[in-house]
Design a protein around this ligand. Sequence first.
Ligand code: CA
Length: 235
Amino acid sequence: MSSKAHILIIEDEKSICNFIKAALQVQEYRISVAHTAAEGLSVITSRCPDLVLLDLGLPDMDGSEIIRKVREWSSLPVIVISARTQEQDKVRMLDLGADDYITKPFGTSELLARIRAALRHSNQVLTQGGGASTCYRAGDLCIDFVRRQVTLEGQEVHLTAVEYKLVSLLARNAGRVVTHDAIMTQVWGPYVEADNRILRVNMANIRRKIEKNPAEPQYIFTEIGIGYRMREETT
Ligand code: CA
């Protein structure tokens, strides 16, 4: 994975901008900065960054408008930087096409983890046409996507077909949050009822099978009111 990715920061608050810039430069990312939405859109089209960090509260346009415009023609990863802590705002951004969000105030390691996950995911989509990596590995958990086999400490874990679909969807998006609606649609199809009970029941069963302590999960984390995020792969 290239540490030389080009990252565009669209953020009007200078102090936050400088903090992010400093953190990313240490990692040798190339950085561009825009302080307005118009400037940001122009950098996106002229300089083709690999990833965008997007503040939602910009002076000239709501950040969600940028996501909408970019998604008309590009799958460029966008991570929303939000001061808004409302769950429905986060869900709205993710469903609009943002790859992830990070809530202010945030720490450097959290920011870097989000960036790595988003870049890795977009690299997989680019190089393998759909994130078709052959396995997922984190801690003692291993998922072989070819054999459709899940093992924990080397022992096979028996999952139902639906449980496997759910776990593999989250694993292919490891490190990124997947919303309830996105999971429901991709696992049960577009006509499923909006009620998430079936999802919660399946998730409880999965956790019983793969987590040492389902109340303190190590692999699949709950983003309350939003969705689930699977632990990043360890190498
Ligand atoms: Ca702002």
